[in-house]
Design a protein around this ligand. Structure first.
Ligand code: E4P
Length: 230
């Protein structure tokens, strides 16, 4: 079954949506934290870990390999469910970091990936999760749906352990297409996820059934009235 992660650092959103019983994890990044204003970063990450018992992705922000490794080790030490996000830098530094962290048993989410080749490299480096940025990939001229299909079938044939996360989701239709293409995990912004239970026709049908029920109750009431005696 596909897993669903929330793509947010809003504790309120996470608490609200977690009651739906469908959230398996959370992903964050620098832009997502910027949207939260001046929150205490570590406290917020730990608060999220207390609400969701699943992988919580926290992104590294340094540039050199040694600084990225130090930052990743620090985040991983905060909580057992923390997954360290490392970007697919074009100079290969992200791969160096992910492969070293894999040797240390630290879970990683190799991120900001647009191409099939990037996903394969991240998988070979030992990333726990590999993140395809669905809409950004399309903007770069890639066929993101075909990338998902090809990666998932390669992963199945070769028994890859990495799990494919599809992010950069902008509409409920993106979610349906990516799941149909075989994505292992979708990470979805709250405002998109919140639209997913809704269908205009479902709402109309519920209203139709509610009306029928009220009519049924009125009938029962009318039948229950004692007969009029003269
Ligand atoms: C998730 O891991 C990504 O950081 C996120 O989905 C990126 O989304 P964006 O393309 O809307 O910034």
């Amino acid at each position: 079954m596909v897993q669903i992660f929330l793509d947010t650092a809003s504790l309120k959103e996470i608490e609200d949506i977690s009651t739906w019983g469908i959230i398996d994890g959370v992903t964050t990044n620098q832009k997502i934290f910027l949207a939260e204003g001046g929150v205490d970063f570590k406290k917020r990450v730990l608060d999220i870990c207390n609400v969701i018992d699943g992988p919580i992705s926290v992104e590294t922000t340094q540039t050199s390999v040694s600084e990225l490794l130090d930052e990743a080790r620090e985040y991983a030490s905060w909580h057992k469910n923390i997954v360290v996000k490392v970007a697919m830098y074009g100079n290969g530094n992200g791969l160096k970091v992910v492969s070293q962290l894999a040797r240390e048993g630290i879970k990683t989410n190799m991120t900001v990936m647009m191409t099939f080749n990037q996903l394969v490299l991240a998988t070979k480096a030992g990333a726990t999760f590999v993140s395809l940025f669905y809409n950004r990939s399309k903007e770069a001229g890639e066929n993101a749906d075909q990338i998902i299909k090809n990666y998932v079938s390669l992963a199945r044939e070769n028994g890859y352990k990495s799990r494919l996360i599809v992010g950069s989701i902008r509409t409920p239709e993106d979610v349906a297409t990516a799941i149909s293409a075989g994505a292992h995990i979708l990470t979805i912004p709250t405002k998109i996820l919140a639209q997913m239970p809704f269908s205009k026709r479902t709402e109309e049908t519920i209203a139709e059934f509610d009306k029928a029920w009220q009519d049924f109750l009125s009938l029962r009431k009318a039948e229950a009235k004692p007969p009029v005696t003269r």
